[in-house]
Design a protein around this ligand. Structure first.
Ligand SMILES: *Cc1c(COP(=O)(O)O)cnc(C)c1O
Length: 361
């Protein structure tokens, strides 16, 4: 027997991330509502910025992301010296786990939490510890009860994916104040801009040195294809994370596009308003058919059917009509379908198919 190269222990235990499907066999007019993408695309100013960088492709980008960090600082009222940018917020989350957790350490996530957290925990050699939620909302007491002297990080997304629920700020403060001060609390704010009057965790970062918030250009800015995210924390934490960052992790094109995106407040405002309108419309339509649906604070709704069989049948009926939504059995919600809030025609199309399948119309 010849020996073959062997991966490090634990690597083969890491599940591969499953992304939203994007095609249906035999269908051309497909409506993709499986990845929480922006139905309104992205700001026109992004297109101009993107095209402008094409003459510079032979140049290395800046390593310090200065102009983008300053634009983020200006538009979000944060200190640019305490911002780090990454290849999607996923990369920032990966810097966090790699920097602050290692073999044998524990990382707390919640029952229906974002599936990247356990993947990232295992990449760092750490053990993901999953705690219960209360009616699909993060339960601070359950998190606190799970803390041990091995706990290094607590992850929550707020609003959460795939539930769409939020946890109250007072509860978050209670969580942070009761966590050991050497445990890092990560507030993943991928859906922040969909919530009215919400700072995405900024005030928590400003108040507590063991908090980091992450944000993304993939959702309301409509740039999932370009891969840009950022984090905001204390100078000390950002200094640690920058040591793991490759010097040229973001291209000039990514940075220029993101800068244009963050400066276009009107586009974000329009998307927020439209999303709220059609999200509420879809939520009500689902409820009227007797389908369970929590209030969502994000750009998707989680429809809960009677059981896994009904969810599977509904998923099949939607696919047959060329509509792709997200099954969330892997998130422990076998009876659920997560449906991205599209534009008006998309929402009407989804509800029409569901109503037809249910025999309501
Ligand atoms: C979509 C999403 C992200 C964003 O990931 P990117 O790498 O920035 O595209 C992060 N967290 C959650 C909970 C999400 O749903």
């Amino acid at each position: 027997m010849t020996k073959s190269p062997q991966p490090q222990p634990g690597i083969m235990d890491i599940a591969l991330y499953v992304s939203g499907e994007s095609t249906v066999a035999g269908k051309s007019d497909v409506l993709k509502l499986s990845s929480n993408e922006n139905p309104y695309g992205f700001s026109d100013s992004v297109r101009d910025a993107f095209v402008r960088t094409v003459g510079e492709l032979h140049r290395y980008p800046t390593t310090d992301h200065g102009p983008l960090r300053r634009a983020i600082g200006e538009m979000h009222d944060v200190d640019p010296d305490r911002v780090i940018c990454g290849v999607g917020s996923d990369e920032v989350l990966q810097f966090i786990t790699t920097a602050y957790a290692g073999v044998g350490d524990e990382i707390i996530t919640t029952e229906h939490g974002f599936s990247m957290y356990p993947i990232l925990a295992k990449q760092a050699g750490a053990v993901p510890v999953t705690v219960a939620e209360k009616d699909r909302v993060v339960d601070v007491d359950a998190i606190l009860a799970a803390v041990t002297d091995k706990t290094r990080i607590v992850f929550i997304a707020n609003p959460a994916n795939p539930t769409g629920t939020m946890v109250e700020n007072g509860e978050l403060i209670r969580l942070i104040e009761n966590l050991p001060s050497d445990v890092l609390f990560v507030h993943d704010g991928a859906y922040t801009e969909y919530v009215d009057e919400f700072d995405g965790g900024k005030s928590l970062v400003d108040q507590y040195p063991n908090v980091i918030m992450t944000r993304t250009f993939s959702k309301i800015y409509g740039l999932g294809g370009l891969r840009i995210g950022w984090g905001y924390a204390s100078r000390d934490i950002i200094d640690v994370l920058n040591r793991l960052r490759q010097p040229f992790n973001l291209s000039q094109t990514q940075m220029a596009a993101a800068e244009a995106a963050v400066r276009d407040r009107a586009f974000v405002e329009k998307c927020r308003t439209e999303n709220a309108k059609w999200r509420d419309w879809m939520t009500n339509a689902l409820r009227q058919m007797g389908i369970g649906c929590d209030d969502s604070y994000a750009n998707f709704v989680l429809a809960r059917f009677a059981d896994a069989d009904e969810a599977a049948a509904m998923d099949a009926a939607l696919k047959a009509d060329g509509i792709i939504v997200r099954r969330v059995a892997g998130y422990g919600i076998a009876e659920g379908l997560r449906i991205t809030v599209g534009d008006e025609s998309a929402c009407r199309r989804v509800i029409h198919t569901i109503a037809t399948q249910k025999g309501v119309r």
